[in-house]
Design a protein. Structure first.
Length: 264
């Protein structure tokens, strides 16, 4: 792969698996130095660090275990990234959690946790990273929102609220940085093929006595006209484009990768 990000540095939150790991790996393959963040089993984190490190030509990628529900740890993570990488040019806010329940039954602590990790952590990370980007006169901020940042589904009051808030914050940051070479965009995926999502299909199939193929098409992807998974690579490629050359005019956008969900 052409090293279009040679000399750039990046922090990707929630990057020890799934979408975040896919983005981190692709940015590293394109020449960026990348710091990872996320939870998981120690062996899984070690494997992710080695995988991204190999793409960087290093033994392992730097890593922060910051708890993104805690603002002080988010700020510390950004400082650690700047120290480890020498700067922070690219910030990808990807970390997120989910919980599903009717609003009357939605636990207060689950709502607060989802808002803290899926939304507020983005604010704290951007606030901490922007001064350095302004000083270097270049930056790319990418917030991984969701199709649920543009449309709603039942039983996901916290997730939908947080992702809508992320899209709104993206636009605000874009307007505030519009006269600089700093951009801020949101990527809004539909259902992405990850181990957690595939496990959800198995559960739905068992609950409804369906094949996994039928459960995927008729239950999970019922609002996604393409009736197929969005692949991690598709999301990662859009993130790479937003970080690469000739993307400076794209800012404040909420870019759908949802198989036509938002269009339908």
């Amino acid at each position: 792969m052409e090293t279009i990000l040679s000399g750039r540095t990046a922090l990707v939150t929630g990057s020890t698996s799934g979408i975040g790991l896919g983005i981190a790996r692709l940015l590293a393959e394109a020449g960026a130095k990348v710091m990872l963040n996320g939870f998981g089993k120690p062996e899984e984190i070690a494997r992710a660090r080695q995988e991204v490190g190999a793409a960087m030509g290093a033994a392992e990628a730097p890593y922060s275990g910051a708890d993104l529900s805690k603002p002080e740890q988010v700020r510390q993570m950004v400082q650690e990234a700047q120290a480890a990488l020498g700067s922070l040019d690219i910030l990808v806010n990807n970390a997120g959690i989910q919980f599903v329940a009717p609003i009357e039954e939605f636990p207060d602590d689950k709502f607060d946790a989802i808002m803290a990790i899926n939304f507020a952590s983005n604010f704290h990370a951007i606030k901490a990273a922007l001064p350095g980007m302004r000083a270097r006169n270049w930056g790319r901020i990418i917030n991984i929102a969701s199709a649920h940042g543009l449309v709603a589904s039942p039983f996901k009051v916290a997730y939908v609220s947080a992702k809508h808030a992320v899209v709104g914050m993206t636009k605000t940051v874009a307007v505030e940085t519009a006269e600089t070479p700093i951009t801020c965009n949101a990527i809004c995926p539909g259902f992405v093929r990850t181990p957690l999502a595939e496990a959800q299909v198995k559960t739905l199939a068992q609950q409804h006595n369906l094949s996994e193929a039928a459960a995927l098409k008729d239950l999970l992807l019922v609002h996604q006209p393409s009736k197929r998974w969005i692949e991690v690579e598709e999301v990662a490629q859009m993130a790479l484009y937003l970080c690469g050359p000739n993307s400076g005019g794209v800012t404040g956008a909420a870019l759908s990768i949802d198989g036509g969900w938002y269009a339908s």
